[in-house]
Write a protein that binds this ligand. Structure first.
Ligand SMILES: C[C@@](CO)(OP(=O)(O)O)[C@H](O)COP(=O)(O)OP(=O)(O)OC[C@H]1O[C@@H](n2ccc(N)nc2=O)[C@H](O)[C@@H]1O
Ligand SMILES: Nc1ncnc2c1ncn2[C@@H]1O[C@H](COP(=O)(O)OP(=O)(O)O)[C@@H](O)[C@H]1O
Length: 267
């Protein structure tokens, strides 16, 4: 049985406060994008994870897919599975690839073994694997609050635009990005800015991680600048980086950017 686990981008991201548990309350829009990992589960003698494609740091036995399987196995009598992951989503990119793999594996296991879990129940399991994971259960554009796990619907459809993702070689650790941030209550909520015409996002919609991440890795800021030079209506870093996305009205080619970066078109 197969699943196609897509990436996400963040449209606006305000880090509001640090919580007593060390996590941060934030507000952002999660928007699914058409860049996919492929996950296959098959019955096996022993549970294992085989990874192909993009290199994932660490041992396959520590992969978040194994953690997702073990989490459900605690509550359900699951037979051993071979999990084959074809990794296409860049790692440490702010695209939520690992979180998506975990959420889609929960959905696959629920379907294959007819566990009868509702979306709400799967979101609770996903939340135990990472703050970003619950979003990928319903996988629809949402305004997210709390640690990124409290959702409200948002009416947003970018399918008439062209989206370009650029992944600079540098890898940004999410925990490091949060530790470099000074939380602040924003003057305007992302929720109130998103209904603005797209051409006004550039001056209004910000990602709080950009200042500290750009000062440490100027090459990421250069990518954002180049996307604007190429005609993007809006460009920003996704999440804690290092991926930068550009939204265009017309199809575009960015010949200069392909040299030092991985570029994905029309995702
Ligand atoms: C920044 C965001 C924005 O969407 O995405 P990415 O850029 O990583 O994709 C998320 O908040 C990342 O969520 P996720 O990547 O699932 O985080 P986790 O694995 O749960 O946590 C990694 C580390 O980030 C910090 N963390 C994460 C989420 C949060 N709301 N506050 C935090 O302080 C904690 O230090 C935690 O130990
Ligand atoms: N299936 C997986 N895909 C990607 N990363 C994984 C996976 N399993 C575990 N990881 C670990 O999670 C970390 C964050 O991964 P990822 O979700 O790609 O980043 P981000 O939070 O920036 O979107 C990586 O450093 C990686 O070692």
């Amino acid at each position: 049985m197969l699943a196609f686990a897509n990436a996400k981008i963040n449209l606006g991201l305000n880090v509001i406060e640090k919580r007593p548990d060390g996590y941060h309350n934030l507000e952002t829009i999660f928007y699914p994008v058409k860049l996919y990992d492929v996950i296959e589960i098959t019955d096996a003698v022993e549970t294992s994870c085989v990874i192909k494609g993009v290199d994932v740091p660490g041992d396959a036995t520590d992969n978040i897919c194994i953690k997702a399987y073990q989490l459900l196995k605690k509550d359900f009598n699951l037979p051993p599975q071979q999990i084959t992951l074809l990794k296409n989503i860049p790692v440490g990119a702010g695209l939520g690839g690992g979180s998506s793999d975990a959420a889609f594996l929960i959905k696959l296991l629920n379907q294959k073994f007819e566990l009868g879990l509702t979306d709400n129940q799967m979101e609770v399991y996903a939340g135990q694997l990472g703050a970003d994971c619950p979003f990928f259960i319903r996988n629809e554009p949402v305004f997210a609050e709390g640690i990124g796990d409290e959702f409200s619907a948002v009416d947003l459809d970018l399918s008439n635009y062209f989206m370009v993702l650029v992944k600079p070689e540098v890898h940004v650790s999410t925990a490091d990005a949060y530790s470099g941030i000074k939380p602040i209550i924003p003057s305007s909520s992302v929720k109130d800015l998103i209904p603005l015409p797209l051409k006004d996002w550039k001056l209004n919609l910000k990602n709080d991680f950009e200042a500290t991440v750009f000062s440490k890795y100027p090459e990421i800021e250069r990518v954002k600048t180049e996307l604007y030079h190429a005609g993007a209506i809006y460009a920003a870093m996704s999440g804690s980086g290092s991926c930068v996305f550009g939204i265009f009205e017309e199809e575009t080619k960015l010949s200069g950017l392909e040299k030092d970066n991985k570029v994905f078109y029309n995702v």
